[in-house]
Design a protein around this ligand. Structure first.
Ligand code: 5GP
Ligand code: ZN
Length: 133
């Protein structure tokens, strides 16, 4: 897609540090890592979000994420990692080309994920009704 930075990285029109590549998937280092080794895993074809990507390509991405997690653990001596995908701008998706973040984690690295809240009375039941109908 024109003017998509990740399409340009896939096409080799913009540079990147490639970690893994096959016919459907590319993994490369995030330019501004949360922790060193922070890797982005993208579909080579342009899809904006999870609703758009065909299931076989999503499966291909997931398999790469699984291999990448082990690679990062084995080679970078990390204790764990976060896998996250920001879906749509309201969820902080800045680059509108579907991508998964694989973020290396170290004991005591000080990163916090999101805050949790409590359900109000009846709220969980309302949500379950909406989701199950
Ligand atoms: P999002 O907020 O869309 O989930 O994440 C976009 C990510 O892409 C950010 O972590 C950002 O640092 C990374 N990024 C943005 N532009 C580039 C780029 O040109 N090259 C690389 N390697 N990463 C980029
Ligand atoms: Zn794209």
């Amino acid at each position: 897609m024109d003017n998509c930075i990740f399409c340009k990285i896939v096409a080799g029109e913009l540079p990147s540090y490639k970690v893994y590549e096959d016919d459907k998937v590319l993994a490369f280092l995030d330019i501004k890592p949360v922790n060193p080794g922070h890797t982005l895993v993208v579909s080579k074809a342009h899809y904006q979000n999870l609703e758009e990507i065909p299931e076989d390509e999503l499966i291909a991405i997931t398999i790469v994420i699984k291999k990448l997690g082990k690679l990062l653990k084995d080679k970078l001596a990390i204790e764990g990692y976060n896998v996250c995908e920001n879906n749509d701008s309201v969820a902080d998706q800045e680059v509108p080309h579907l991508h998964f973040h694989v973020i290396p984690r170290h004991v005591g690295d000080g990163l916090r994920t999101w805050k949790h809240v409590d359900y109000q009375a009846g709220e969980a039941e309302d949500i379950i009704k909406k989701l199950q109908n």
